[in-house]
Ligand binder design. Structure first.
Ligand code: ADP
Ligand code: 5GP
Length: 236
């Protein structure tokens, strides 16, 4: 049986890498795809751990050779997922998690409609700005224009939340990690077709609360704070 493909998207600085790192030690048989990018390494990032860092020329060669499942230009740099990430994980009987932006997620959804889509939101623009500043400070330089650009893009990305099956708000990190782990478990349980144990039912219930259709009340304050209008209305 082919593995399950999980996609997670979030505005930069929401805490996606932090969440995904915690998930690594919690969830078995889930591989984390290492993307290719033309952006330079940041802080303590290492080649082949966070990304494969390559030149634009190399990236273009990979595009021309059809090596990407998807790729996108984010903040002026290319980012892409190699097709062989999927084949490698699935051939080992593992599930795969892709951390990709909203453009890349749309490309993957069009090709792989069974993918499980998760969108992670920061609680508010103020908290997002604080997280972006803290991260930049830890990495040695805070550039306000970079923070402003990321905040503006965050709003545009959040407008796409309806494309995602599950929505998480990264307020308390431990809770977001628990919810993410429950979503992975619930999708596995649902596809296994077997009877659910009492522990399974608990995980299914947590995941169910994170489904987009069950998240309106939880995410309304976030949408409002970012000034995101509901589709088809002028309501904020
Ligand atoms: P992303 O991968 O989404 O760009 P990071 O994982 O780098 O974001 O997180 C951005 C900053 O926010 C980091 O300094 C991280 O330690 C911090 N952070 C992440 N999640 C939380 C949280 N729930 N509460 C407080 N700070 C957080
Ligand atoms: P960062 O530079 O902060 O690591 O990532 C910037 C953005 O690029 C994030 O939204 C992240 O999800 C996205 N990203 C990372 N890898 C990929 C990828 O392989 N494809 C696409 N489309 N986006 C990616």
């Amino acid at each position: 049986m082919a593995g399950i493909l999980f996609l997670i998207s979030a505005p930069s600085g929401s805490g996606k890498s932090t969440l995904v790192n915690q998930l690594r030690s919690l969830v078995k048989n889930l591989e984390f795809s290492v993307s290719w990018t033309t952006r330079p390494p940041r802080g303590s990032e290492q080649e082949a751990r966070e990304y494969h860092f390559i030149t634009r020329e190399h990236f273009q060669q990979m595009i021309d050779a059809g090596e990407f499942l998807e790729y996108a230009d984010v903040f002026g740099n290319y980012y892409g997922t190699a097709r062989n990430s999927l084949t490698s994980a699935f051939s080992k009987g593992k599930d795969l998690l892709l951390d990709i932006d909203v453009q890349g997620a749309a490309q993957v959804r069009a090709k792989m409609p069974d993918a499980v889509n998760i969108f992670l939101m920061p609680p508010s623009p103020e908290i997002l700005a604080t997280r972006l500043r803290n991260r930049s400070r830890a990495e040695g330089s805070v550039q306000e224009e970079v923070i402003a650009r990321r905040l503006a893009r965050a709003r545009q990305e959040i407008e796409n939340y309806r494309e995602y099956g599950y929505i998480l708000v990264n307020d308390v990190l431990d809770r977001a990690v628990e919810e993410m782990a429950a979503i992975v478990a619930a999708e596995r349980i649902a596809r296994s077709g077997g009877p659910a144990s009492p522990q399974d039912r608990e995980l299914l219930a947590i995941a169910e609360r994170c489904r987009q259709q069950n998240s309106e009340a939880r995410i309304q304050p976030v949408l409002q704070a970012f000034g995101v209008t509901k589709p088809g209305t002028n309501e904020k």
